[in-house]
Design a protein around this ligand. Structure first.
Ligand code: GRF
Length: 188
């Protein structure tokens, strides 16, 4: 049984999708969800799904308490699903190639600090891109720069808005992220 933990800062629709995907698969266990935002929508989702969820603040993060917690849970993988803080060096070092993120664009384009959520889709629209997509990648010490594991693309038409682009990207995320995680964990 492989154990994973999900880190999320926002609505948590990807977190929910991953939890639901692995619910009936006894080879992978989502042990809990961790969030740095006390008001994050992901907490409500976890309540509904009966998934343990914990909030941690900046102090706990900076003092290595998150790392201690992860070690105590004996987890194999850390899955980022809309987690907005940079992963600290001690965590990156403790989990080499075991931390995975999903980015809502085709990296290396539209990545880096400040490029998250609607900012990404607005920038894609402003540049009249004809396609966008998702990037699933390992996490290193720099935002959105770890090795790319998987990308999927979707076309953008002139009529698309940042909102409809976001919907297309979310659809790709829901389709692919759980499957790629499953493969990485050696069960795909
Ligand atoms: C997703 O678009 C993901 O690619 C990005 O943050 C967003 C999170 O959305 N990293 P949600 O909270 O899973 O709904």
């Amino acid at each position: 049984m492989k154990k994973l933990v999900i880190l999320a800062s926002g609505s948590g629709s990807n977190a929910e999708n991953i939890i639901t995907y692995f619910k009936d698969r006894d080879v992978v266990q989502v042990t809990c969800v961790l969030t740095n935002k006390a008001s994050a929508g992901v907490l409500k989702r976890c309540q509904r799904l009966a998934m343990p969820a914990f909030y941690f603040n900046r102090h706990a993060y900076d003092n290595g308490q998150l790392l201690k917690f992860l070690a105590s849970q004996e987890i194999d993988f850390i899955i980022l699903a809309g987690f907005l803080w940079k992963i600290s060096e001690d965590i990156v070092n403790a989990y080499p190639n075991k931390i995975v993120n999903i980015h809502p664009a085709l990296l290396p384009k539209y990545g880096g600090k400040g490029m998250y959520g609607s900012h990404v889709h607005e920038a894609v629209k402003a540049n009249n891109e004809t396609e966008t997509g998702i990037t699933i990648h390992f996490v290193n010490e720099n935002y959105d720069e770890g090795n790319i594991i998987f990308q999927a693309r979707t076309k953008i038409s002139m009529e698309d808005t940042a909102e409809t682009i976001a919907e297309k990207v979310h659809a790709l995320e829901y389709e692919h992220y759980p499957k790629i995680i499953e493969k990485l964990l050696g069960n795909g």
